[in-house]
Design a protein around this ligand. Structure first.
Ligand SMILES: Cc1cc2nc3c(=O)[nH]c(=O)nc-3n(C[C@H](O)[C@H](O)[C@H](O)COP(=O)(O)OP(=O)(O)OC[C@H]3O[C@@H](n4cnc5c(N)ncnc54)[C@H](O)[C@@H]3O)c2cc1C
Length: 385
């Protein structure tokens, strides 16, 4: 199997690199390089810059809906260049999750209404899937939607909504048929305006003091039937599609490399004896990163656009593990003083540094499908156990 990039793919990489070098504000790049936060406005601004350049904010979208129509390999190169630059990634709730799902299952009216605003980050979306008793077992959602004429009346609690306090809209799963024989059968997929009366957002503070995740409470919230995606009670089908889109490109190898770069810089400042120890560990980590990268390229070479390749679970599992190890090594090299900088309470776009990133990354083996769940998938679908 030929895993090298073709001349046109190498030219594409140069084009992306050149665009980022020319258009990304140097202070945004410097902040990301130092693992510091960028502001919400800086993310919006960058996403709009990408979007205006032939739909680069929406790498997986077809040209028909404003995307660049890239191949899987081009998407991989683009993301790798963003991570390496480093440059911000477009908001994944908008462009990697909801956008492709709307394109696949939405009505023309929904696509025309929402897609341009999703791409341009005119509307900020959050994901309202999980609930206090429904995470890995997502089909156990209990939030109900009762049909009354041309609207649903929605009540329940959603949990862990990342950046939900910035969101204008939430895509969500609700139970429309509590009596269905299978729990997966009675679920619908709704698009809910966060300004709807009866909807409230409550912060959940994480260990690093940041406010990134939230609970969303819904108390008799009215949702027009036209804001339902696809058929009533078929929401599970659309949710599975969205989750598989979430897991493509999940290894995020470029991000891990960024941690390794920061760790190398720190290691070179350490006293000689410690320096050699740190550099040994970093070299071992880099070898594993390289082998994961080859696995990622093999999946891309064999399956192209197929986001449902079960090996996405290997990429998620191993990619998360390596990123966590890289951030652990970085904080270890920097020493205990990094934890002194962790503030009491900050917003999602503030306060990320080595220590905060270290804490935040603990959750990477939970969100997007917990590690144990990935192992179950690997055991069943790859190992045939
Ligand atoms: C930082 C963060 C951000 C998040 N953002 C969002 C968001 O924006 N929107 C959203 O909807 N959700 C979000 N989530 C929720 C996330 O998807 C869930 O936390 C995740 O699916 C796990 O569900 P749970 O928390 O209910 O844990 P559980 O499912 O209760 O799992 C608890 C433990 O049991 C293990 N386990 C569960 N089932 C099995 C099994 N069958 N076999 C073996 N082990 C098992 C799990 O691996 C885990 O270790 C976020 C979570 C976090 C932590």
């Amino acid at each position: 199997m030929d895993l090298s990039f073709s001349p046109s793919e190498r030219a594409f990489r140069e084009e992306v690199r050149g665009f980022i070098a020319e258009r990304l504000a140097p202070d945004v790049r410097a902040k990301l390089e130092a693992l510091r936060p960028i502001s919400k406005a800086e993310l919006v601004d960058w996403q709009r810059t990408l979007n205006a350049n032939g739909g680069w904010a929406t790498p997986s979208w077809p040209k028909e809906w404003g995307g660049p129509g890239w191949s899987a390999v081009e998407r991989y190169i683009f993301l790798d260049e963003l991570h390496q630059a480093p440059a911000p990634e477009p908001l994944s709730f908008n462009v990697a999750m909801l956008g492709p799902t709307l394109i696949a299952f939405g009505t023309d009216a929904q696509k025309s209404r929402f897609l341009p605003r999703i791409a341009n980050l005119d509307d900020w979306w959050c994901q309202g899937f999980s609930e206090p008793e429904a995470g890995s077992d997502l089909a156990a959602v209990r939030t109900t939607a009762r049909r009354e004429g041309d609207r649903y009346i929605v009540s329940g609690q959603k949990m862990w909504q990342g950046m939900g306090h910035y969101a204008d809209w939430m895509f969500t799963l609700v139970r429309t048929d509590p009596g269905a024989a299978k729990k997966q059968a009675g679920i619908s997929f709704l698009l809910i305006d966060m300004k709807s009366p009866g909807l409230s957002v409550t912060p959940i503070r994480t260990i690093d003091g940041r406010h990134e995740v939230n609970s969303v409470f819904l108390d008799d919230v009215e949702v027009p039937v036209e804001n339902r995606l696809g058929e009533e009670n078929q929401g599970w089908t659309y949710a599975k599609f969205l989750l598989s889109a979430e897991r493509s490109n999940i290894a995020r190898i470029g991000l891990t490399k960024r941690f390794v770069r920061a760790a190398k810089r720190a290691a070179h400042e350490a006293p000689a004896a410690a320096r050699h120890r740190f550099l040994d560990k970093l070299a071992a980590l880099e070898a594993e990163i390289q082998s994961l990268e080859v696995t990622q390229l093999r999946v891309l070479a064999e399956h192209g656009r197929n986001a449902t390749d079960p090996r996405a679970s290997i990429l998620k599992l191993k990619g998360t593990e390596l990123r966590q190890r890289a951030s652990e090594l970085l904080t270890h090299i920097l020493g205990p003083s990094v934890y002194e900088a962790v503030p009491e309470e900050v917003d999602a776009f503030e306060g990320i540094d080595a220590a905060s990133a270290h804490f935040t990354l603990r959750a990477a083996s939970i969100y997007g499908g917990a590690s144990e769940v990935q192992k179950n998938i690997i055991a069943k679908t790859i190992l045939g156990l």
